[in-house]
Ligand binder design. Structure first.
Ligand code: COA
Length: 411
């Protein structure tokens, strides 16, 4: 975001970086930026102004100040909440702004947000070549990714069809190109480097979830349409089953405090389950709060809300913080086994592989079709021993292989 640039209400004005992800902070006003109180990568102070905006209102201009947002109530991550902006009307300015001039040029580049412009530089795409699908034709991150895909598939077609006029000549030399980390990668770098301090105990087992597959099919075919008309994925069942298992093994929902000379385990009353999500911007881990007090239907609704907030970049910092344990379901993409990595505010993470159809035996020894899936746990071996993980995994197996057990415990 530059001085004298035009900003519209709800435009992204900067990115707030937390331990696990980057959240966009949007503007409450339309107008022209008069002053930037910080440069990129500076630390902004809570309650202090971020930028001054010369606001156009009813033909008049007015300065407003966007303040740095209030901190979220979570000491585990150092992020700021985007809400809590305050407007302080002050001096008037009737002079035509540079942003007006810029707008007259009508280029998509002037409409795109700084994050999008930054991404376009990283992807080496000239933003003017991209058709914008956002408001007023502005270019969004998705437009850039689509454009990039289009370029690569064109290149692929040209290469594979052999119609390239100038085939790439090998120079016989290795060429190395430095590429800066994206915001998400930079954050992942920090978080995962801290995770290296944690000795991981890894445990994996296969569950036969044939009854769950059948149950989900019945629900999605309308068997429970008086209760829900929404399609359910496997995740709400897995999330609920994990929470029920944690009731017997609260250690796996705790965190390890190593800030004092005497390490302490901090038990936590709520099961706030982080869900690893694959997004165009990389890995994001929004959190479903207090799962123990949610039904499977409510979990499904919250998961849908988080997925849609992820795609519209409208996750709040509170959606991204406070996790007590994480589930990483990579199975919708592929893979059977995982070795998931714990973040330092948690002591365990569960990875889910792809559900596979295999032949198995029924009680009479006949070969039948079975749906199986691997669950892979990582736990902090400084405080969690393997037997605890194995026992908790057995309880989880019980809930997922015999879904009716979950029903009995539902409040
Ligand atoms: N095995 C096979 N299929 C699976 C599956 C699994 N383990 N998990 C999900 N699926 C299926 C779903 O059932 C759905 O298929 P359907 O439409 O036929 O029912 C399809 O994959 C898409 O599911 P999705 O919309 O992604 O919903 P979800 O609730 O199952 O998963 C997320 C939600 C957020 C977990 C998932 O979208 C995602 O991002 N996974 C990647 C996580 C990741 O990157 N982990 C690595 C972190 S390092």
């Amino acid at each position: 975001m530059e001085k004298d640039a035009r900003v519209e209400e709800f435009d992204k004005i900067c990115e707030v970086t937390s331990d696990k992800a980057t959240v966009d902070v949007t503007s409450r006003f339309s107008g022209v930026i008069k002053k930037l109180h910080y440069q990129a990568n500076d630390t902004a102070y809570v309650g202090k102004p971020l930028i001054d905006i010369d606001v156009d209102e009813d033909g008049e201009s007015e300065d407003n100040v966007l303040d740095a947002p209030a901190p979220i109530e979570d000491s585990e991550t150092a992020s700021n909440a985007p809400d809590g902006f305050m407007a302080n009307p002050s001096a008037k300015d009737d002079s035509p702004s540079a942003a007006d001039e810029q707008e007259k040029k009508g280029s998509h580049a002037s409409l795109a947000t700084p994050a999008v412009r930054h991404l376009s530089k990283e992807l080496k795409i000239d933003i003017k070549d991209v058709d914008g699908t956002g408001r007023d034709g502005r270019v969004t991150k998705e437009d850039l990714y689509k454009h990039q895909d289009m370029i690569s598939s064109n290149q692929h077609t040209t290469q594979t069809s052999g119609t390239s006029a100038t085939p790439r000549q090998s120079t016989g030399q290795q060429v190395e190109m430095p590429v800066p980390l994206t915001q998400n990668q930079a954050q992942m770098f920090k978080t995962m480097t801290r995770s290296l301090q944690i000795p991981h105990f890894v445990y994996s087992d296969e569950f036969d979830i044939t009854p769950l597959v059948a149950l989900r099919k019945r629900i999605n075919n309308g068997a429970s349409k008086s209760v829900t008309s929404q399609k359910l994925s496997y995740m709400p069942f897995i999330i609920k089953a994990l929470s029920l298992s944690l009731q017997d093994y609260p250690l796996l929902n705790s965190r390890l405090d190593t800030t004092s000379s005497k390490p302490t385990i901090i038990n936590r009353s709520q099961h706030n389950i982080g869900i690893a999500m694959d997004t165009p911007c990389g890995l994001i881990v929004p959190v479903i709060k207090d799962v123990a007090n949610l039904s499977i239907k409510e979990i499904a609704a919250e998961l849908r809300r988080l997925q849609s907030a992820t795609s519209s970049s409208s996750l709040s910092p509170s959606d991204l913080t406070g996790g007590t344990i994480t589930i990483s379901n990579i199975g919708n993409i592929g893979g059977t086994y995982l070795s998931p990595v714990i973040v330092d505010s948690q002591v365990a993470i569960v990875g889910v592989g792809r559900i596979r159809e295999i032949p198995g035996f029924d009680e009479e020894g006949k070969v039948v079709r079975r749906s199986v899936v691997n669950f892979s746990w990582s736990a902090d071996h400084r405080v969690v021993d393997g037997a605890v993980v194995a026992r908790c995994s057995e309880v989880l197996r019980g809930f997922l292989e015999g879904v009716e057990g979950m029903v009995l415990l539902m409040r």
